[in-house]
Design a protein around this ligand. Structure first.
Ligand code: SF4
Length: 355
């Protein structure tokens, strides 16, 4: 089964295309001091290796600008400058070579200042993400209920930016409420073709954010809405990427290995959780879409996971490697994880790729 994606306007950010049916891109934000270039580039490099595709950095003041220029020059990922209040910083960020500006027109001093940024971005052919959240609702819409106010504010700011000649717009409507995020993005998506950046803001610690993001981002993606996502976690941004990948993978929006592991019961012959964790780490980054099962016993194992492409089921001392529910080999339990790993590698090679 495939999700029917909303066809949104195509916008290019560095080497990534958002919208137009292109794959949903994963993004994150550094939490280093932007003026500390080596720390920021080291974090960007880590995020890149984990699978991040776009990176946002904070530009809180003019002291961050020299570092921003160097970061743009050396980053393996397109850099998005995150700017609040000061339109002069946004103009300087364009000069520094960013691939996208993230502004919140509602926090800029005047509409004229926001328009000036839009004109400069259009001239530089740099897209703008208009970020709207409950703190940046335009005063004209403050009497409305929150969802309608978010949507109306976003439409208002988009019209301003577009009237200034910049049509390369990406929009985010964020709330810390999953329900508001869902309703606002849904309503906005029905009324425009702008590509959407999805995220639940201030989603909390890793556990809380995983749940809220899977619900908020996942429910929209299920309806075909969303072109790029950010899972916000209070903590290291590196923790965000696996969650984002898993959300996309669960919806078949990203290639990757899906590990299916049984919940275990009194029949389990080994520590299934430990084996599944180990395989998840070893198989991360394999360039293929496969479902791989780790089952605790042979009684129900291969049968329960008959839909998996490959799997292992542990026995008392010996267990089985199976393919689509059929036993392919029998061996000692200790050999099964390696045998499964090698079988996946072989599938990758058979697909003409490097494992
Ligand atoms: S595969 Fe075996 S151990 Fe795992 S839940 Fe099913 S019956 Fe229990």
């Amino acid at each position: 089964m495939e999700i029917k994606r909303r066809i949104s306007r195509q916008v290019t950010v560095g080497n990534i295309t958002l919208g137009g049916g292109f794959p949903v891109a994963i993004q994150s934000m550094t939490n280093t001091d932007t003026s500390d270039v080596s720390a920021t580039l080291a974090q960007i490099d880590n995020l890149y290796k984990l699978g991040c595709q776009l990176i946002r950095v904070a530009v809180p003041d003019k002291d961050a600008l020299p570092g921003l220029k160097e970061i743009c020059a050396h980053s393996p990922l397109p850099v998005v400058a995150d700017i609040h209040y000061d339109h002069v910083l946004a103009l300087a960020a364009l000069e520094a070579g960013v691939s996208k500006l993230r502004i919140n027109p509602g926090t800029m001093a005047t509409e004229k200042a926001a328009a000036q940024v839009a004109v400069a971005a259009a001239q530089a052919r740099i897209p703008i993400r208009i970020g709207v959240n409950s703190g940046s609702i335009h005063r004209r819409y403050r009497h409305m209920d929150r969802v309608e106010a978010l949507v109306s504010s976003a439409l208002h700011y988009c019209a301003q930016v577009e009237d200034s000649g910049c049509g390369d717009i990406i929009v985010s409507l964020k709330s810390s409420s999953v329900l508001e995020t869902y309703a606002a993005n849904r309503a906005f998506a029905a009324r425009t073709d702008y590509p959407l950046h999805l995220g639940v803001t201030e989603a909390g610690t890793l556990h809380s954010s995983t749940i809220k993001s899977a619900m908020g981002i996942g429910s929209l993606l299920l309806e075909g809405i969303g072109d790029t996502i950010r899972v916000s976690v209070t903590g290291p941004p590196e923790a965000e990427i696996p969650v984002a990948q898993d959300i996309l993978q669960a919806l078949n929006l990203r290639q990757g290995i899906e590990i299916i592991s049984c919940p275990t019961c009194g029949r389990a012959q080994v520590d299934v959780a430990a084996v599944a964790e180990e395989l998840q780490t070893r198989l991360a980054g394999m360039d293929i879409s496969l479902s791989v099962a780790v089952m605790g016993c042979p009684v129900n194992g291969p049968g329960e996971a008959a839909h998996a492409d490959l799997g292992i089921a542990f026995g008392k001392e010996r267990g089985v490697l199976f393919r689509k529910g059929k036993v392919a080999a029998t061996m000692d339990n200790a050999q099964l994880p390696d045998a499964l790993f090698q079988a996946v590698e072989q599938q990758v090679r058979d697909a003409g790729r490097e494992p």
